[in-house]
Design a protein around this ligand. Structure first.
Ligand SMILES: [Zn+2]
Length: 658
């Protein structure tokens, strides 16, 4: 390949990785590999200035600005740091500084999270913004406010802008993924992606629940406040910020190297992820002397730790069947120790994942723990490959033998057999789980036993179990008390509200939140059955995939019979609420515009829907109310011309609090 094609290929690869990572929160490659690609590109571009391109990924500091949040333009752009990957590169970086001036260095852990800038005015929290492209970021003020370790009032009435790293501690990450697993929502690959996905939530309540954290590590325009980085960290601490305690002051390059090696050991026991160490010149008066490149300062760099990687062999690829029939391939590994624990299995996600990485049974593979937690296959060691045949996706269900199907546009295969045992057991477990019908005594093991013995094959069977009291009592591990408790819990579950029942049915794409939205909107199963696909699609927050899924489900005869039986058994399939029926918003159509102070748009929409109203996106003759925040534009004008009732935020609040 010639140099020009190589450069173009790298640009495209990095561009794709950037988009997947920054915009979609779905990383394609590991950060370490990303940094290697970027460094290779930087080097090639430096050697071949004739191929300069203003749109090359090297010309950005990284990231795109999403449309969802207001944009914030900075006075001082957030720069990114250059990277070094080994001792030699690190020493070169220091030697270049020492040629200009002798220096002392502060070494800090590089926290693996999201950079943020935060403004305080007279000691009061004012505004927070993401890095974005460095100059323009997103306003995430409301979300950052929820981070418990961040002070909203400083210990001094100082006006200051600081920079920090928002991250998700391991504990919060494990809790969040556990929850998502129960809801059959896609898991986050690592704590950093979970933090990124969280900070982009429009509902700050969700952000608060997920327990993000922040280390503050720098002051913007620091010379106005202190003389050195060491003093700046002390000042930040004094002002009330959470400053990482491991920052170390060193005098020369040998000490810098020793500290980095110490950090590389230390990080394995920390309750949060780090991906390197930051080395900064301590004295601010040397910054201008040492200078800057177009992209980054020459007085600071990031040393990137290499992730702990182990080699092992894939003994087999097995397949799990989920409640929706989704097939998940799993690598069965020769057990190997990685980052302190023994790893014997790693998820391979889906056919595409395996094909792209060309993973074959018998291959030697390099694995690591993504975010130091989830085992992941990085790549195949091709030099070790004998002559194993390429992986072939199974075509039939490993549990029932039915054929599998892959829907256009989806990466997953599904078992097509509606009576597949794996699906039924999975559905029963989901239905009785705490997040759905909350039948405490009907856990996984009990469900499996009752299924195998033939007592519960479907959800309706659960509600007939009381007929088999005596038979159940003599089953191994059951007994009088346990059976009575189980039957009581099943009876109690009939009181679970409609949205829990709907969620419990385990319809594809209908998670807990979507079930709530649908129930708030339709109020009853009857109304839901009458709805056409457009009605469903027009609901705020319901995408076409979800609409299609619920619509198809409700057009299936068997499902309708099933629902009918559950209604007869006394389960809740409607919401009864007199307050809503009489509320002035009930049945009214809303459009939201402008900026609201007390709510996010999503929160306001939820309130309206909970009171029986619906939210649409454009103003027409059918609009009853326009809720207009500050800076309302064309929608306000149109609403005025059509004679639509306009509510300001204060009036809206008065009405909902009535
Ligand atoms: Zn099957």
């Amino acid at each position: 390949m010639n140099v020009k094609s190589k450069i173009e290929q790298l640009r495209q690869q990095i561009h794709d990785a950037n988009h997947a990572y920054h915009t979609l929160d779905q990383p394609l490659i590991s950060d370490y590999n990303y940094d290697l690609l970027l460094n290779e590109l930087i080097q090639l571009e430096q050697e071949h200035p004739e191929f300069f391109d203003a749109t090359s990924p090297t010309q950005k500091i990284g990231g795109y600005v999403l449309d969802k949040f207001e944009k914030v333009t900075r006075d001082v752009p957030m720069m990114s740091l250059s990277n070094v990957f080994n001792q030699e590169e690190l020493f070169k970086f220091i030697e270049r500084i020492e040629e200009v001036t002798s220096s002392e260095y502060i070494i800090e852990l590089k926290i693996d999270g999201l950079a943020v800038s935060i403004k305080y005015e007279k000691g009061l929290f004012k505004q927070a913004a993401t890095r974005g492209n460095g100059l323009v970021g997103e306003d995430i003020t409301h979300n950052v406010k929820t981070i418990k370790s961040l002070p909203l009032k400083l210990s001094e009435p100082i006006t200051i802008e600081v920079r920090g790293e928002i991250f998700m501690p391991h504990k919060s990450f494990l809790k969040l993924n556990e929850q998502r697993k129960r809801n059959e929502e896609p898991l986050f690959a690592n704590p950093r992606n979970a933090a990124a996905g969280t900070i982009r939530q429009l509902d700050s309540q969700i952000v608060a629940d997920r327990e993000l954290d922040i280390f503050v590590y720098a002051i913007v325009d620091p010379q106005s406040y202190t003389q050195s980085h060491k003093d700046a960290l002390a000042l930040l601490k004094k002002l009330g910020f959470k400053v990482n305690q491991h920052a170390t002051h060193t005098m020369n390059k040998e000490d810098v190297w020793k500290t980095i090696q110490k950090f590389d050991q230390l990080r394995k026991s920390l309750p949060y992820d780090t991906d390197g160490a930051v080395i900064k010149v301590n004295a601010y008066d040397k910054y201008d002397m040492i200078g800057y490149t177009a992209k980054s300062p020459k007085w600071a760099t990031a040393y990137k730790f290499q992730a702990e990687i182990a080699e092992t062999t894939i003994q087999d690829i097995t397949f799990q069947v989920g409640r929706t029939g989704v097939i998940t391939p799993v690598a069965e590994l020769e057990p190997v120790s990685v980052s302190g624990t023994t790893v014997s299995r790693a998820t391979l996600h889906n056919e595409d994942y395996i094909t792209i990485k060309d993973i074959r049974i018998g291959d030697t593979v390099r694995i690591h723990k993504a975010g130091e937690i989830i085992p992941e296959v990085i790549e195949v060691v091709l030099s070790e490959r004998k002559n194993q045949p390429p992986f072939k996706m199974i075509t039939t269900c490993p549990v029932c033998g039915a054929s599998l199907e892959r829907i256009d546009g989806e990466a997953d295969h599904y078992c097509t057999n509606d009576s597949c045992e794996a699906k039924h057991i999975g559905q029963l477990i989901h239905f009785s789980s705490r997040v759905a019908m909350d039948i405490d005594s009907l856990g996984e093991k009990v469900v499996e036993t009752l299924f195998e013995k033939g007592y519960t094959k479907t959800i309706t069977d659960i509600y007939h179990l009381h007929q088999y009291r005596e038979e159940l009592k003599i089953l191994p591990g059951f007994g009088d008390k346990k059976v009575e408790k189980l039957i009581e819990a099943i009876e109690q579950s009939k009181k679970q509200p409609f949205h829990k029942v709907l969620f419990g049915l385990g319809i594809k794409h209908i998670g807990a939140k979507v079930a709530k939205i649908l129930v708030n909107y339709f109020k009853s199963m009857d109304a839901m059955l009458e709805a056409n696909i457009e009605d469903i699609q027009n609901i705020h927050e319901i995408g076409p995939e979800i609409a299609q899924s619920i619509f198809s489900y409700l057009r299936n005869e068997e499902n309708i019979t099933h629902i009918q039986k559950l209604i007869e058994l006394g389960l809740q399939f409607q919401v009864e609420n007199q307050v809503i029926k009489e509320h002035q918003f009930n049945g009214k159509t809303f459009v939201l515009t402008g900026k609201l102070e007390s709510f996010s748009r999503d929160q306001a929409s939820e309130i309206i829907e909970s009171l029986g109203g619906k939210v649409t996106s454009s103003v027409s003759k059918l609009t009853d109310y326009l809720l207009a925040g500050s800076d309302a534009g064309s929608k306000l004008k149109k609403a005025e011309s059509l004679g639509v009732t306009i509510l300001n935020e204060a009036t809206f609040k008065d009405i909902i609090h009535e």
